[in-house]
Design a protein around this ligand. Structure first.
Ligand code: SF4
Ligand code: SF4
Length: 221
């Protein structure tokens, strides 16, 4: 008989593995990115252990590894699968989780601008014409000529100098819109130094954990 794992009460083990593998490939997560994800998950786990101490759930057989596995599920799956809010709804509801550290503006590269946005951005802000160049890899995208740090980040004031006309990718952060037309969805950028992203995954992890514990306690599994 296989060992009890809390996450199995939420999703089939093989299905989870295939979704995670697909997510990793979709994002082109190379070794460096995978290492970043591990650091991200450690940061979430640190907080999760305080919010949901395993000791309290010992009778149900919950272990630290169950917390890790629930976090891995929260990384890649939307709560909509469990009748919960989407990543976008959750992020909008909790904008206070952004601590305005500015790391997304100083460390991201490239900062994508979709071709449909370029006209609107440069019409409202003509001097930006010289600052936007085509992205070599994705023909439908442009990018800022200078990034890391983004030229428009005001480090002293901790604000964006073109806030009202900033690209969609900045408005979405730490979410990223992926998928083909008609099947787009928001995923969380798992950056270990982004407090907003950590809190989003922590929140999702707690909701998923509570749901799994409820199912276990109800004895239906
Ligand atoms: S979105 Fe994340 S990285 Fe960007 S300012 Fe907020 S907390 Fe910092
Ligand atoms: S355009 Fe503004 S929000 Fe976007 S990366 Fe630059 S400073 Fe940050």
């Amino acid at each position: 008989m296989s060992q009890f794992r809390l996450r199995d009460l939420l999703i089939d083990r093989e299905l989870f593995e295939s979704i995670r593998t697909a997510a990793l490939q979709e994002e082109g997560w190379d070794v460096e990115k995978q290492d970043e994800v591990k650091r991200f998950e450690r940061n979430v786990l640190q907080r999760m252990r305080k919010k949901r101490p395993v000791k309290k759930y010992k009778k149900l057989g919950v272990k630290k590894s169950d917390l890790v596995e629930i976090i891995q599920l929260a990384d890649i799956s939307s709560l909509e699968l469990f009748q919960g809010p989407s990543n976008l709804e959750l992020a909008k509801r909790h904008s206070e989780w952004c601590n305005h550290c500015g790391k997304c503006c100083t460390q991201s590269s490239p900062i994508f601008i979709h071709r449909d946005e370029v006209k609107a951005i440069t019409t409202l802000n003509p001097p930006l014409k010289d600052e936007i160049i085509p992205n070599q890899q994705y023909p439908e995208h442009y990018q800022f000529r200078l990034d890391q740090p983004c030229k428009f980040h005001d480090a002293q004031e901790k604000r964006c100098r073109i806030y009202d006309t900033r690209p969609q990718v900045c408005q979405n952060y730490p979410l990223m819109l992926i998928g083909s037309e008609g099947r787009e969805h928001h995923i969380i950028n798992l950056r270990p130094d982004c407090h907003y992203a950590i809190r989003l995954v922590l929140e999702k992890s707690m909701i998923l954990f509570d749901e799994a514990v409820k199912r276990k306690s109800s004895g239906s599994y």
